[in-house]
Design a binder for this molecule. Sequence first.
Ligand SMILES: C[S@@+](CC[C@H](N)C(=O)[O-])C[C@H]1O[C@@H](n2cnc3c(N)ncnc32)[C@H](O)[C@@H]1O
Length: 364
Amino acid sequence: MSDDVTVTRDARTTVSVSVDLALAPIEAFAVLVEELSSALARAGMGFEVGASGRVTQGELAVGHIVAWQPGALFRLEWRPADWQPEEVTEVELRLAPVAGGTRVTLEQRGWGGLIGEPGELAGWFASAVAAPFLRATAPMDLGDWLTDRRARRPSGALARDVYRAPLYHYPNFQVILAELALTPDDYLVEVGCGGGAFLAEALKSGCRAAAIDHSPEMVRLAWEVNHDAVAAGRLELQRASADHLPFPDDTFSAAAMTGVLGFLPDAVATLREIRRVLAEGGRLVVLGSEPALRGTPAAPEPMASRLRFYEDDELRQLGLDAGFDTAQVVRRDLEPFARQAGVPEQHVALFAGPGAPFLLARKG
Ligand SMILES: C[S@@+](CC[C@H](N)C(=O)[O-])C[C@H]1O[C@@H](n2cnc3c(N)ncnc32)[C@H](O)[C@@H]1O
């Protein structure tokens, strides 16, 4: 009979994931640092970049930069457990040139000490790494990510480029401006202002304005695009949700919302909020989201199946349900506005048809 032998294995290991990008290492480094910083902020964590940077979670410093070589790598000393501060691992993001671009590897070394048993480590890897990775690459989450990234909560360099001057939105802007007929006496509120391109057009009337968007990057871009108006005290921008507008009752004389309606989980709640902040006599123009656009270049997948579409009578009813005293839907031909905005001739046809629906509503 032999003695029982307990085999103790150190569960420490390296966890790594990598991707090849068609970018030069220095460019890939800059994009990754910016994106990681925004993504961690969305996840409630801070990333102070640079040679003496750190990663925080609430008050806690989780990682300290110990090597910072733009274009090549950054490395962090990582403390995964505040209840066991002597437990330290190493996180490295490494970039290596490969044919046609850069291989990016994210690695955590010395991992697993707190998890222990190999079966437990397998469980952690399956549930905390493999399952989220598979979920992120499955249709529901990937479709949500693409929808958020491009339109529902835009972020990233491509979105900033598009929303700085969204050429294909200018026809809608021109219709809304024609309906609102703003003057220097007006005080306008825009809900879901994106990169502030509509505001820039509206402010040409001499009016004052305030606007919100729930994407921090869009609020920053709207600020950049309209910094003169902000500096002159003619424009206020805030990050906020459409159904909780950070403005007092009875404030504005005019309101606009374009390219937003279909994304709202509760459109009546938002319209009720807009009505609340409008003064008596205040007017609202909203671009509709009509079912005929589903699956067209104006509302392609995966956006289309995440958008809500409204027939004209439903759109009018939204306005009435929100408490507006008058609400009507008008159809406006966007084609001449598309030409006027400089949409390339071969794409002007996209704006042809029965005209786009706009909700016109008034308080009092
Ligand atoms: C398709 S973009 C349109 C942007 C701009 N109005 C335009 O036409 O160029 C939709 C915008 O609405 C914002 N948005 C969507 N849902 C929102 C919500 N619930 N609260 C605040 N902003 C919202 C998004 O962040 C995005 O900037």
